[in-house]
Design a protein around this ligand. Structure first.
Ligand code: G4P
Length: 557
């Protein structure tokens, strides 16, 4: 990639070359869906992903998505830190075709690698699949990710997994979603029994019954469909189980929400599916219905208004940066979500923040550990660009008329640590590293409100994020640093800033710091202390997600 020229260079290509391009773009947008899975670790995200990819023919065998243990060590060429920890930092996006639809599944890192990137990925997703373990119901990580989806008002589809195991009553699982998330539910299918007594699913629309059978060949279940009046069913399902399921469905018809496409599109109503990813039961019907109901690439909000994906001009934004993914090249990759127009290899685009024109000569698609050069990409797709330090999270790239997408907000950090530089002679590099990594979006930097304590506080969503920053400070800036953990777990921004905070007077059991944009941030040791403050000062509005700031110089070290 080469930077060609400063602002006002007129070498940006005209997009409207030939009419056929427009037809291609329209068709490509019509046939594209993109989504991310939101779940708590162990709900079955990897298993479900594997099964979805099998339908797309993208992988030959289950187990290929996340190679584990020894196998992983052999095949992985990800960054050194990842290797040391033996975990998967990211595969970022998996693209596969199914029924002539191009599906982009954006990966949301979830285990030890849960980080701000997980939230940011949701900024690039048009739909979300909320995956629950039927025995556990809603879990903390799912709730947090759901909140981000709610802010973006994207459609949310729920898959209740592990029905082959004893689980909670399906009605109480729906109640929990409605009561705790304030999200209305509409069951697309309904389970007959669960655990050892799991017999299958009733399709709510056709009333067909799909019988679950523990197949002798491995763990895959056969999906045999029967009409509800088929006498053969008598041998396959106990009367009382079927009766109970039908009664519950009747209850839903009477007291449940109506199916409303408008509400599905705005994320107010979630279609719910039951199934078992491991035995591949209910996954294909889920995929079929999901593709029918999910939204395609939508017009995305830019500062000057929404941008139509069918617009002639290309635009996209950076939602994630990854450093040193391939240790042989020590490179950095910026992941760009294409929002409008057609992206072509070697295209010159303008970088909205700096005004520079950049030629994108080696765009990549990254599939698990494989990389391939992309010839073209369309709205809803993700491309990986080599990033010689030019891109930051939220940056917009465009051709034609200037576009600048609304930035990606700051998400509530959960891990805090002083970053110490024990070697004063390395201060220059320390400062450079901290400022650049903050600008890039690798970590949030907070500062003590006492100016004599000038060391930065690193604030991250996951522990790995801190380790990556420390590792990069060493390898890229040559400074060895020390992390001194602070015992806080919750952060909230204050609506109304410093004046609102001063108006409530002294606050107990919390530490006030400022973020890099001079905004007050309250740190709490636990949720309990946060709730205490909310009770004592209901007038104080606190936010877990802080909007992007523009036109203000950040605090630098
Ligand atoms: P994650 O990515 O969300 O963390 O979950 P993952 O798919 O790794 O699944 C977590 C565990 O749950 C795995 O078992 C997996 O086999 C199991 N699992 C997933 N879907 C189902 C299901 O529908 N039914 C049942 N009974 N189990 C399911 P594990 O023992 O931790 O790993 P493994 O030995 O199976 O690889």
């Amino acid at each position: 990639m080469t930077s060609l020229s400063p602002e006002n260079n007129s070498s940006i290509p005209k997009e409207k070359e030939v009419d056929t391009l427009e037809i291609d773009l329209e068709k490509a947008v019509r046939n594209r869906k993109n989504f991310a899975i939101i779940s708590h670790p162990d709900a079955g995200k990897t298993t479900l992903t594997e099964k979805l990819l099998l339908y797309g023919g993208a992988i030959q065998q289950a187990g290929a998505v996340k190679a584990r243990g020894e196998q992983r060590k052999v095949t992985s060429d990800w960054m050194e830190l990842e290797k040391q920890r033996g975990i998967s930092i990211t595969s970022t996006v998996l693209q596969f075709e199914y029924n002539q639809i191009t599906i982009n599944l954006l990966d949301t890192p979830g285990h030890q690698d849960f980080s701000e990137d997980t939230y940011r990925t949701l900024a690039a997703a048009d739909n979300a699949v909320m995956l629950e373990d039927a025995a556990k119901g809603l879990e903390p990580q799912t709730r947090k990710l759901f909140e981000v989806c709610r802010l973006r008002k994207i459609p949310i589809f729920t898959f209740i997994n592990k029905m082959d195991r004893p689980g909670q009553e399906p009605l109480s699982l729906l109640d929990e979603i409605e009561a705790e998330l304030g999200l209305a539910t509409w069951a697309v299918n309904w389970p007959i029994g669960s655990g050892d007594l799991f017999r299958g699913l009733i399709d709510r629309k056709s009333k067909d019954i799909m019988i679950y059978s523990r197949s002798e060949r491995g763990k895959q279940s056969l999906e045999k469909r029967f009409n509800i009046n088929d006498p053969e069913l008598n041998d396959l399902v106990e009367d009382d189980l079927l009766e109970k399921a039908l009664e519950e469905l009747e209850l839903l018809e009477e007291a449940g929400s109506d199916k409303d496409f408008g509400k599905i599109r705005s994320g107010e109503l979630t279609p719910v599916f039951f199934g078992s990813a491991m035995t591949n039961f209910g996954v294909r019907p889920f995929l079929d219905s999901f593709l029918e109901m999910a939204q395609g690439p939508v017009a995305r909000k830019a500062i000057d208004g929404p941008v139509d994906p069918l617009s002639d001009a290309f635009s996209g934004f950076v939602f994630k940066l990854q450093a040193n993914m391939d240790p042989r090249h020590r490179d950095r990759v910026a992941f760009v979500r294409v929002c409008s127009g057609r992206f072509k290899k070697d295209m010159s685009v303008r970088h909205a923040r700096t005004g520079k024109v950049i030629r994108l000569s080696r765009p990549q698609k990254i599939f698990a550990q494989e990389r391939a050069v992309v010839e073209d990409a369309y709205p809803g797709d993700v491309i990986g660009l080599n990033n010689p330090g030019m891109f930051s999270i939220g940056d917009t790239l465009y051709t034609g008329q200037r576009v600048e997408y609304e930035g990606i907000p700051c998400f509530s950090p959960e891990i805090f640590s002083w970053l110490r530089n024990p070697n004063p002679s390395a201060f220059k590099n320390f400062r450079k590293g901290v400022n650049e990594l903050r600008e890039e979006g690798a970590v949030q930097i907070l500062y003590d409100s006492d100016p004599s304590k000038r060391d930065p506080i690193l604030a991250a969503v996951g522990q790995l994020q801190l380790e990556v920053v420390q590792h990069r400070l060493g390898s890229e800036y040559g400074v060895e640093t020390r992390l001194e953990p602070l015992s806080f777990q919750v952060a909230r921004w204050v609506d109304g800033g410093w004046p609102a905070l001063e108006a409530v007077g002294r606050i107990f059991n919390s530490k006030t710091v400022q973020d890099s944009w001079h905004r007050p941030v309250l740190l709490f040791k636990n949720e309990w202390n946060l709730n205490q403050l909310k009770e004592d000062h209901p007038e104080l509005a606190l936010r877990a997600v802080a909007p992007v700031v523009s036109g203000v110089d950040p605090i630098t070290l």
